[in-house]
Design a binder for this molecule. Structure first.
Ligand code: ADP
Length: 204
């Protein structure tokens, strides 16, 4: 049963990637948008991974902890020089022991009911991360589901914002990126992103 479930997940992942590639080609956009189930510290096919950091930039739990652990102590040493980061903003560092060139640290909003500017701040995280990567000359990037863990942003809303913001950036900057990957840590998150793409709530 365990093997069957694994196969199902694997197949769904393949279908998801295919579907997204087809959608992107239909629009003759040079950017491939991919959904992947996995760990963002193990994405060797992208130049930069995005960290869902906190304002201190001094490490934390969740994806932030995993990134610092995999990158090694030199990442923390570089982050100490940055004087933190405001919510919605982004800063770039080296990637050290990670299989990437850079890490972009962005600070997502803490969910507080939705009437405190959360949506704009979350969109700003994606937008500012993409701008910073583009400015640095990078063509391939991976995002986690920012704010949807410890910061409690509901996945339905957060995934819609993530996909719509990336879609808008790709339309406004055609060819700026070759690959934009969303690395989802569990099946529920992958399903949610997949539904948003498959149901064409997000038009690529
Ligand atoms: P935030 O404080 O922004 O909510 P978290 O790290 O708590 O950040 O969670 C953000 C998302 O990252 C969650 O969906 C969580 O499941 C996911 N996540 C946690 N560890 C990893 C990892 N190693 N790779 C990719 N995603 C991860």
């Amino acid at each position: 049963e365990q093997a069957g479930r694994f196969k199902g997940a694997k197949l769904r992942q393949e279908i998801t990637q295919l579907q997204v590639e087809v959608l992107a080609n239909l629009n003759q956009v040079q950017t491939k948008i991919a959904l992947t189930l996995g760990d963002i510290t193990k994405q060797g096919d992208v130049e930069v991974i995005v960290n869902a950091a906190n304002k201190s930039l001094l490490g934390g739990g969740g994806v932030d902890g995993a990134i610092h652990k995999a990158a090694g102590p030199q990442l923390l040493a570089e982050c100490r020089q940055l004087n933190g980061c405001q919510t919605g903003q982004a800063k770039i560092t080296g990637a050290y022991n990670l299989p990437n060139k850079y890490v972009i640290h962005t600070v997502g909003p803490i969910w507080n009911g939705g009437a405190h500017g959360e949506a704009d701040l979350l969109a700003a995280c994606y937008e500012n991360s993409l701008r910073l990567a583009q400015k640095t000359g990078l063509k391939t990037i991976a995002f986690p589901a920012i704010s949807t863990g410890i910061y409690r942003y509901p996945l339905e809303e957060a995934s819609q914002i993530a996909l719509a913001t990336v879609q808008a950036f790709v339309k406004a900057n055609p060819g700026a990126f070759e690959l934009i990957k969303f690395v989802l840590f569990d099946q529920a998150a992958l399903d949610c992103y997949y539904r948003k793409l498959g149901g064409l709530q997000v038009e690529l």
